[in-house]
Design a protein around this ligand. Structure first.
Ligand code: SF4
Length: 366
């Protein structure tokens, strides 16, 4: 039996676990598909064109599941300059990107003024929606400067941070986190930072990286913790699950999770998380075929075109596809593909796709 978080009633966890472990796979998929259909009845599957910019790979957190980072002073360590980041944004915009996803290692040499300068430079010279900095990066900046999370986020938001990705959640159960990433923030801190962002009007996403040796109960507890925060704030736009990619990591002995495990996990999450509107497939880790099937197991979004991706590819997995291929896969699965902004508003036909008109960007313009 999983360790119970205080706010989750025992009966609820047991019922959810029963569904997860015992429901036949296709029934689970049908049920999850009905939940998706209720929330997204138009037969549309969205996707976003964006670029993943990993501004530094220097990190002191040593997560055992990570093949991306380099310790300080490692010859392969890097920090991108403002100019390099600006150039990457300009290239992405030329390809139709409406946002950048900006994440990096926990680099203690980068201070708050570096982040503020970067965001201001982006907004002034390369304007684009900035979806950036996971909760654990925010925690590091706040701790370095002895600021509260709210103050840190307020400063970054004012400088140009529009929304926050859900990275760093892995499994929101401290017993699991202590084993795979003992130096990273705990469950309560991850939730606290997302709640603070929601409190400032910033939208965020919730993720789950599973397959690191956790129990089924741990996965359910993770989902219920996200649901509980969403019930209070409604600030999560989407839930994204992906399986741990073991190659090249300290946990390489753990077998990779199967496609069936993925489908079961997203279906149960969709059923339990009926207060989160959007579910992304993870074609980067699952490949195109499983991703298509996932559109009938509760998912309504194909995620990002990812003009650049460094983190999962560092672990040897690399399914990057051109936009035409993403659209074809969505159509082949029986849906209409539509491009979207970060907040999941669809880009209207004929609109300039490079001008983000999500609520956050519109607020910033007025
Ligand atoms: S997952 Fe992030 S925090 Fe953990 S080691 Fe990798 S770069 Fe550092």
């Amino acid at each position: 039996m999983a360790t119970l978080a205080v706010e989750i009633p025992r009966g609820e966890l047991e019922d959810a676990l029963d569904l997860y472990l015992r429901a036949p796979l296709l029934e689970l998929g049908t049920y999850a598909d009905e939940v998706r259909e209720r929330q997204h009845p138009a037969g549309v599957v969205t996707y976003i064109v964006d670029r993943n910019i990993n501004y530094t790979n220097i990190c002191v957190t040593d997560c055992k599941f990570c093949a991306f980072y380099r310790r300080p002073k490692h010859p392969e360590g890097y920090v991108l300059s403002y100019e390099e980041i600006g150039q990457k944004i300009d290239e992405a915009k030329a390809l139709g990107a409406v946002q950048i996803l900006m994440q990096g290692g926990h680099n203690p040499y980068l201070k708050l003024d570096w982040y503020v300068g970067l965001l201001q430079t982006i907004k002034r010279y390369h304007p684009i929606h900035v979806h950036g900095f996971s909760a654990s990066e925010i925690d590091l900046i706040a701790r370095i400067h002895r600021l509260s999370v709210e103050e840190t986020l307020r400063i970054l938001h004012a400088a140009g941070l529009d929304s926050m990705p859900g990275a760093g959640a892995e499994i929101l159960v401290d017993r699991v986190r202590d084993r795979i990433a003992p130096k990273k923030i705990g469950t309560d801190r991850w939730l606290e930072i997302h709640e603070a962002a929601h409190g400032l009007g910033m939208l965020t996403t919730a993720t789950m990286m599973y397959g690191v040796g956790e129990t089924a109960g741990d996965r359910i507890e993770h989902i219920l913790r996200v649901r509980s925060l969403q019930a209070r704030t409604a600030g999560f736009t989407a839930f994204i699950a992906w399986s741990f990619q073991p190659r090249g990591t300290e946990l390489a002995h753990i077998p990779e999770a199967t496609g069936v495990d993925y489908l079961r996990t997203v279906a149960v999450a969709r059923i339990l998380l009926d207060n989160v509107s959007n579910f992304q497939v993870s074609y980067v880790t699952q490949g195109p075929k499983v991703a298509q099937v996932a559109l009938r197991f509760g998912c309504n979004d194909f995620g990002s075109l990812m003009i650049e991706e460094n983190v999962v590819s560092a672990a040897g997995t690399n399914y990057i596809m051109p936009e035409a291929e993403i659209r074809r896969l969505i159509e082949d699965a029986g849906f209409k593909p539509v491009r979207r902004y970060q907040d999941y508003r669809m880009i209207p036909d004929g609109a300039d796709p490079t001008v983000c008109t999500c609520r956050a960007c519109e607020r910033r313009r007025t």
